[in-house]
Structures are given as C-alpha cells and as structure tokens.
Design a protein. Structure first.
Length: 337
C-alpha cells in the first residue's frame, strides 16, 4: 500500500524572464507554479507516494491553473478550498556567473494567507496519513496561516502521524525574533527537522565555538547532539552548499540519526534552476524515510535528488527513483531509456 503524505502550504505563481534576462528589461515572463510544500507534494507524487496538498486558491482561472499544475503530477487536490482575491506571486530573476539571482515577493493578503482554520476538516484530511509536512514559510505568511499549521501539527501528533518540518527561514517574510518564538512553539510536535547551523544558532539560540571555522562539519558535530538533547527529533537533515558562482555550486547533504552523522557524496553542479532544490532534498529524504531505508541510503538519495533538481527547469523535480539511485550509485544520470 502506498504511503500517504499531507503537505500544507501556499501554492505560488512564479513569473520569470527567460534566458537569464533581468526583470527591468524583460518584455515577457514565463509562468511556473511552486511553493515549498507544494513542490514537495508534487515531487513525492512523482515518486509514487499518495500525496495530498492543502492550500487555498482564488476562485478564478489562475486558481484553476495552479490546481491543474498539481493535478498534472498526480497530487490530490480535493481538500483545497477556493476563494479570496489573489494567488501569492513571486518574480524570479535567475542569476548567472557573478550576477546573483533575485526574488521579489508579491504575496501579501493572498487567498492562503487570509484563509481560516474553519475551512479545513483537519482530522478528515489527516486520516490514514503516514506523515504531515510543513515549513517555516507557512508559519511566517500570516497569523492565520500559523494557526492552520499549528493545528495540523498538533492533530497529526495526537493521531500518531509523523511530522516533518523544514525551517526554511526567509528574512523577507519575518524577523529572526518572531521566527524563534513561533518555531520553538511547534517543535515539540516534530519528528523530522530540516535545518542548517544558522537555524540552530539564530533561531534556536544555541551557542557554538566551531561554526565560524573553515571546517563546517565540526560545527554540525558540535550542534547536532545539543539540538537533539533539547528536542525529541528522530532525524535532523541539513545541506551544505559552497557557492562558486550563481551558476556553479558544490553541494552535499548530512543526516543525523542521534548516533552518527551520515554524509553524502559531494556534487559539483552547473545550475539551470536552483529554485526547489531544497524541496527536492526534503522530498528525497521523506521518500526514503517512509520506505524504511537506512540513514546512509537516506542521505545519498536526498542529496542526489537535490543535485539533479539544479539541472531541471521549473520548481518541480520531474525525476524517478532509479535515476536518483543511478546518480549516487553509478555516478551516472541517464534518461535516454
């Protein structure tokens, strides 16, 4: 029987100039649909998971197009209410070489940001689920969105459903102080946490003697046990990215299971589209976690999933399980078959 995952978050309309153009001189924009948790929902469905998306979209053609995008990847959209005035939007200017990418958000007062917990039958939506996933972005969107996320997390915890949380801190959405207060409030319900050392230091308030040295692994060796001593996570997963340029990164992943830090292969990546790579890492972890794989397999699968996403245009990681395995097992990525 297929595993069931419920993902809560805002679906976003992404508008981007083509061919690495700048926003200021672009005469047209390319449309994609994404959003952190919606990317995870789509990616998991592509890998064969029974994936349920929970969001809200406006009752117009743009809302229908957003839902059609999710449905095209096999995502269950039957619990998504319609209403409100607008879909959350962001503009992405893709960087190249020495020019960094740029993101402009236009999501204030979106349909999801103004939705209310009364619009969701939480227990019915979670019925039969193996895991519930949400990120800090949803917590930050609005007080109403935070209430929805917290309610789902508490109910999932009560029902014995695993809860996955990606810190996903965005400084354009909220301050570190507000993030610290609200994230600490929901962490008792979390089983799997996706976070980096800056989240541990800046949001959770842990002190470090090693994180500002060159060897970043020492930082994680110091902080992972401290975090797990305070919070009852089964796993903590992190990625390490060295930016050579906007179009070239060196990337690897870490998974801590309370006993040891498992480290992935390192990938040197020429980037087509970096957006959604963190969600691809999350997806790879959750898929292999739900399949009962070892920590060593999980970190390799998650990192290879993220590495491949950098080479795929759009927010969704359109890739299958065998292609991901081929990358970390055979150092190849062959889609010719």
């Amino acid at each position: 029987m297929s595993k069931k995952v419920v993902s809560l978050g805002e679906i976003l309309l992404r508008l981007s100039p083509s061919n690495y153009q700048r926003i200021v001189n672009s005469k047209s924009f390319e449309i994609n649909y994404g959003g952190a948790e919606m990317n995870v929902a789509a990616n998991l469905s592509i890998l064969g998971i029974n994936s349920v998306a929970v969001t809200k979209v406006p009752d117009n053609e743009i809302g229908e197009a957003a839902l059609s995008n999710l449905k095209s990847h096999g995502v269950n959209t039957s619990y998504i209410p319609k209403g409100g005035e607008r879909i959350g939007t962001y503009y992405l200017e893709t960087g190249y070489s020495i020019r960094n990418s740029k993101v402009i958000y236009d999501r204030k007062d979106s349909s999801f940001a103004k939705s209310h917990i009364s619009e969701y039958d939480v227990e019915k939506i979670l019925e039969g689920a193996d895991l519930f996933h949400v990120s800090g972005i949803t917590l930050a969107i609005s007080p109403l969105a935070f209430e929805i996320a917290e309610t789902f997390m508490k109910k999932a915890h009560e029902m014995g459903i695993k809860v996955s949380f990606d810190f996903n801190y965005r400084s354009k959405l909220w301050s570190l102080e507000e993030a610290s207060i609200k994230i600490k409030r929901i962490l008792p319900y979390v089983n799997v946490a996706f976070a980096g050392y800056l989240d541990f230091i800046n949001i959770l308030g842990f002190k470090s003697e090693t994180c500002y040295e060159e060897d970043i692994l020492k930082c994680y060796e110091e902080l992972y046990p401290k975090v797990l001593e305070k919070y009852n996570f089964e796993y903590i997963a992190s990625s390490i990215r060295k930016t050579v340029s906007a179009s070239k990164n060196i990337y690897k992943g870490l998974v801590y299971d309370g006993k040891s830090i498992n480290i992935s292969k390192e990938y040197e990546i020429e980037i087509i589209d970096r957006v959604g790579s963190g969600d691809a890492f999350t997806t790879g972890f959750l898929y292999s976690y739900l399949m009962g794989k070892s920590s060593e397999y999980i970190v390799q699968f998650a990192t290879a999933s993220a590495a491949i996403k950098h080479t795929i245009h759009g927010d969704t990681n359109i890739i299958n399980k065998s292609d991901i395995e081929n990358l970390f097992e055979k150092d190849s990525f062959d889609v010719s078959r």
